[in-house]
Ligand binder design. Sequence first.
Ligand code: ZN
Length: 95
Amino acid sequence: MSFVPIVCGKKDWDKQYDQSTQYSSLYCPNCHNFNVHPVKRREFISIWFIPVFPIFIGKQLVCPTCNWRQDFKNDEQLQKVVREQQNIRQGKTGG
Ligand SMILES: [Zn+2]
């Protein structure tokens, strides 16, 4: 009789949230680059690399440069972030 260990792990996906360019280069408060974009995030517990149990499903802002993440709830909240960031950018170019 052979012993087969159960391989447990975590599997996650980032799916593109929106194609529109207004969301594609947002400001990252961590590394100060304009690389942040929104994704649909899914995390599963996996057994033998097969996802079986969801532990997180939601929307996040992601910075690919430093891996900073922040949850957001809906389009409204995302657009609020975009508006705030436009103010930041205008403030920066002004001085
Ligand atoms: Zn960053």
